[in-house]
Design a protein around this ligand. Structure first.
Ligand SMILES: NC(=O)c1ccc[n+]([C@@H]2O[C@H](COP(=O)([O-])OP(=O)(O)OC[C@H]3O[C@@H](n4cnc5c(N)ncnc54)[C@H](O)[C@@H]3O)[C@@H](O)[C@H]2O)c1
Ligand SMILES: N[C@@H](CCC=O)C(=O)O
Length: 514
């Protein structure tokens, strides 16, 4: 097997690549508005009640109507996953890994179609959609290889006349609950990490982006996944999610989403229900309130560029987004001025048009939430860019910058999950790190400085799971910058990291005397 290397991003300055992406859009446009069933035990099940997926750039454009799971259907899926586990766990790890490698090849062949679907269903600009698809391919390639690394367990010591072994075995049925913001990569990555380890999966994708998840299950089937190994059961989190989290047969839950839902799952999953003979394992990846720190000895253009890119890439709808900046007072005015200039240059509109840097936010609820935070920001700080939006056709919020905020202001503390960045002034570098740490989250952070001692100070004291020096704080690459955070950002389960697959297994010791 060739060594893992991440999937390169598409260079859209090349004519051929632009044409290919436009072809992808045409392919997707030809299947817009279709109905999609649930997939339980390989069987297609259609329900009357539907989840309706719209294009967030154009509320009138229907992406698809997806059958909606109920508790009864979730129960059926649980039984099917339970049955499939009995055989899937015995399938050789090499064969399980093979399904992922084949799936990666299929997605790679249909790369621009998948990205175009993300542009339509999630409102992703071309480069962001391309990165999401590339990350999905990376998860497939990387986790397949990681499984092969773990398939023979770990070496342990033996004594004369004794053979000791340390093997990894799968856990059981896992519930995978995924978010809409990396509708392909995170949905696919969390699903295949669980299945390649020999578990079976109940996948509940986010209700705003269920179509891309359906298309991915089709890919897994084409790649040789047996029926029942991954069951596709979109449905309301409050009904289907709670039911499966509480279920006595659920062995583990892999959740990615907000702090609020993550904590609810943590609480419910810790309760032992009737018939349950294990403590459920929880992998939770939650929100962030991530800070870009700018020192006085720094490349100030790089600082401004990094703040803007981290804040407004995919309209700030990344858990990694740099939603706050802390700038040392000596360079504060210069950096803020440049951030304002760069922000005002950003283009916003339907991401189908490649020239738009930013597309919409995901839906009406998100639009309302972001606009209400913008009103709060106007009371708390100095609005220096943006501050408005337009939801007449789609959900567009202009990139918004608040300066001169108190570090404890709400817009500096609460996850807004939209194109809003708050800026505050620090007396010196130590003060900047202190402010950067004054949040309940601990996901990503960035430091822009040319001072080696300050970089080392940040390495030790800036308490985040993913810390970046002299670059922005988004865009972790599978296998290179394993991703996951501290504190209220989750269980620091590092997606795309060398120990991630291990979280989906349990170690068994056997000791034989000769
Ligand atoms: N740390 C990470 O790796 C990471 C990655 C992406 C997104 N996020 C976070 O996700 C959030 C945005 O995504 P979102 O809006 O989809 O989050 P969300 O918490 O609203 O929803 C996430 C998933 O949970 C489901 N859900 C809702 N209620 C549930 C319940 N009671 N039981 C079980 N499942 C339930 C939803 O249907 C969805 O599938 C942000 O907070 C962002 O920071 C974190
Ligand atoms: N892994 C992504 C963020 C995922 C959450 O939204 C990044 O590093 O930007």
């Amino acid at each position: 097997m060739i060594p893992y290397k991440h999937e390169p991003f598409t260079d859209f300055s090349i004519d051929k690549n632009r044409t290919d992406f436009l072809e992808g859009l045409k392919t997707v446009e030809a299947y817009l508005g279709q109905d999609y069933p649930l997939i339980i035990g390989g069987e297609r099940i259609t329900t009357e009640d539907k989840i309706v997926s719209f294009n967030p750039s154009n509320k009138e454009e229907l992406i698809g109507r997806v059958s909606k799971s109920t508790k009864e259907l979730a129960e059926q899926a649980m039984q099917s996953a339970d049955k499939a586990f009995k055989t899937w766990k015995k399938v050789k790890p090499e064969i399980r890994a093979d399904v992922l490698m084949r799936a990666a090849a299929i997605v790679r062949r249909r790369k621009h179609e998948f990205s175009a679907l993300l542009t339509k269903e999630a409102g992703k600009p071309w480069n962001e959609a391309d990165a999401d698809t590339a990350e999905a391919i990376d998860f497939l390639e990387y986790y397949a290889r990681q499984m092969l690394r773990l398939k023979d367990g770990m070496p342990v010591e033996s004594r004369p006349g004794e053979d000791n072994r340390y093997d990894y075995i799968p856990l059981g049925v896992g519930v995978v609950i995924s978010p809409w913001n990396f509708a392909f990569a995170i949905m696919a990555g969390t699903t295949v990490a669980a299945m390649v380890a020999g578990n079976t999966v109940l996948l509940k994708p986010a209700s705003t982006t269920p179509v891309v998840a359906y298309k991915f299950i089709e890919v897994l089937e084409e790649a040789g996944m047996p029926p029942g190994v991954v069951n596709y059961i979109p449905g309301p989190g409050s009904e289907v999610g709670d039911y499966l989290v509480d279920h006595a047969n659920t062995r583990f839950i892999s959740f990615t989403g907000s702090k609020e839902v993550g904590l609810r799952i943590a609480e419910r999953s810790s309760k032992v229900n009737e018939g349950q003979v294990w403590m459920k394992r929880l992998i939770a990846e939650m929100g962030g309130k991530n800070t870009m720190v700018v020192d006085k000895e720094a490349d100030l253009e790089l600082a401004a560029q990094s703040i803007v890119k981290s804040a407004f890439g995919f309209s700030g709808q990344k858990c990694s987004a740099g939603s706050r900046a802390v700038i040392v007072e000596d360079v504060y005015d210069t950096v803020v001025e440049r951030v304002i200039e760069l922000t005002k240059e950003l283009t916003i509109g339907d991401p189908v048009d490649q020239s738009n840097y930013m597309g919409p936010v995901i839906d009406g609820n998100s639009y309302k939430k972001i606009m209400s935070y913008i009103e709060i920001g106007k009371q708390e700080g100095r609005l220096v860019a943006g501050g408005d939006g337009d939801d007449s056709k789609g959900y567009f919020v202009n990139p918004t910058v608040f300066a001169d905020l108190d570090p404890n202001a709400r817009v500096m503390q609460e996850e807004i999950f939209g194109p809003v960045v708050g800026i505050t002034k620090a007396k010196d570098f130590d003060h900047a790190i202190e402010i950067a740490n004054n949040t309940e989250y601990g996901l990503t952070g960035g430091v822009i400085t040319n001072n080696r001692a300050n970089l080392e100070k940040a390495r030790e004291d800036f308490h985040v799971g993913n810390l970046y020096f002299n670059r922005g704080c988004t865009g972790a690459i599978v296998g290179y910058q394993s991703f996951g955070g501290f504190n209220m950002s989750g269980t620091d389960s590092k997606a795309g990291g060398p120990d991630y697959i291990g979280l989906h297994m349990q170690a068994k010791t056997t000791s034989e005397m000769y």
